[in-house]
Write a protein that binds this ligand. Sequence first.
Ligand SMILES: Nc1ncnc2c1ncn2[C@@H]1O[C@H](COP(=O)(O)OP(=O)(O)OP(=O)(O)O)[C@@H](O)[C@H]1O
Ligand SMILES: [Mg+2]
Length: 233
Amino acid sequence: MEKSNLNADTIRIDSVKFHWSNKNDFKIYVPEFNVARGEKVLLLGESGSGKTTLLSLICGFLNPISGDIFLNDEPINNLSARKKDQYRCDNIGIIFQQFNLLPYAKVIDNILLPLYFSKKRVENIKDQKETAANICKSLRLPDEVLNMQASKLSVGQQQRVAVARALIGNPSLIIADEPTSALDKNAQSIFLDLMFSQISESRSTLLMVSHDESLSQRFDRVINLDDILKEGD
Ligand SMILES: Nc1ncnc2c1ncn2[C@@H]1O[C@H](COP(=O)(O)OP(=O)(O)OP(=O)(O)O)[C@@H](O)[C@H]1O
Ligand SMILES: [Mg+2]
């Protein structure tokens, strides 16, 4: 690698190619894409353009056909499946497009879940329940929801639980896949204020994808997916 190991990028993509095995002819080629430590980046793209696919590659859920993805200078795609899972649990807070909450588990257990899988995240906090309650307070989730089943919450509340779960234990990278898609404009704006203040507090890097350009001014950098995807085999 001619690039220095001392660079401050949280995400560095180098010549990544991906296509689904046989189901369709969708393919991705990303020659280069970097996100600096602490940066808040919004990635815009239409439905079906490959936003979730790219995030899944960055999180190591999918493997590139060729090329490399470095997270904090660690080549995530070269790790064994077990190490990749551990790396992800320790370092990435993920807000999935469909939240992926455990529907029958209590809200508090959903939020604490990453701590069962990551000693590193446990070490970043003193009191687990108190930290969860504080994050919920700052996200304006009322105390009484903590002991409710996740499936009994409104969609907006479920999105906040997904954010709280992503943030607990201060992972260095937050990946958010359209976390505001189910909210109206006013609720969206309040939700983003809350999420941003939480992310600033933990000094995390944020990569969020959306198809909604009106969110742009809140971010350090806005990229169109079309501008980083190139033609390729
Ligand atoms: N598991 C899968 N198997 C095969 N093809 C898939 C799979 N998931 C997504 N695709 C295809 O990959 C392409 C990109 O999908 P992707 O979900 O990344 O788009 P997106 O930009 O996130 O869309 P949206 O804004 O609707 O969430 C689409 O053509 C889709 O059909
Ligand atoms: Mg998507």
